[in-house]
Write a protein of this length. Structure first.
Length: 198
């Protein structure tokens, strides 16, 4: 049976994204520089280093989404000023984007939920992270495995190296409760794109 051209194109796109992500993680594990990403938002640019050696599964997954352009035109949909800013899964109109399969939680990697770290968002199920991520705006040690209420914690996979002033701008925007977010910015904070810098 022949597959429709659109299915073949989609499959090829996913394969290229996976190879791209695997290559980046392999280079880092062989002593190369960690991948660096540029997050362009409607409030400015954030630059972050990804810890491919410490969180290989998470970084590979994140970079696969980046390669596909998945994060383009998504928003920071949950902003809590003394906690974190979360994004990467919803469009401006509140539509949740479909994702790839969930990944294994790498919260045992020794990385701490400190201010400026990038972390995978998840449900109450430990191995449920897909595309959504958040940036800690304060030290949140209660999310670390050894302090987590659920005994699992949240997986850190990178850290902001430039643009914490932008993160702080985002954390202080006005928010309101909606039917799909407890703290949705009243004026959308758009993730215009996330690109790999090196």
């Amino acid at each position: 049976m022949k597959l429709p051209a659109v299915c073949l194109t989609l499959a090829l796109s996913c394969l290229v994204a996976t190879i791209f992500a695997q290559d980046a993680v392999k280079k880092a594990s062989e002593g190369g520089a960690n991948p660096v990403i540029i997050i362009e938002t409607s409030l400015g640019v954030i630059k972050a280093e990804l810890y491919a050696e410490k969180a290989p599964i998470t970084v590979k997954n994140f970079l696969a989404y980046v390669q596909k352009g998945y994060y383009d035109a998504t928003i920071f949909h949950r902003v809590i000023p003394n906690f974190m800013i979360q994004g990467g899964g919803f469009e401006v109109n509140g539509t949740q984007k479909p994702t790839d399969a969930p990944i294994k939680n790498e919260s045992t990697n020794g990385l701490r939920n400190e201010r400026g770290t990038l972390v995978m968002a998840r449900t109450n199920v430990p191995d449920s992270a897909t595309a959504q991520f958040f940036i800690n705006v304060v030290d949140n040690s209660f999310l670390d495995k050894d302090h987590a209420q659920d005994g699992v914690g949240y997986a850190v996979f990178g850290k902001v190296t430039e643009g914490m002033d932008v993160v702080d701008k985002i954390r202080h925007v006005k928010t309101a409760r909606s039917n799909w977010s407890e703290a949705l910015p009243i004026e959308p904070v758009i993730i215009k794109s996330i690109r790999k810098a090196k």
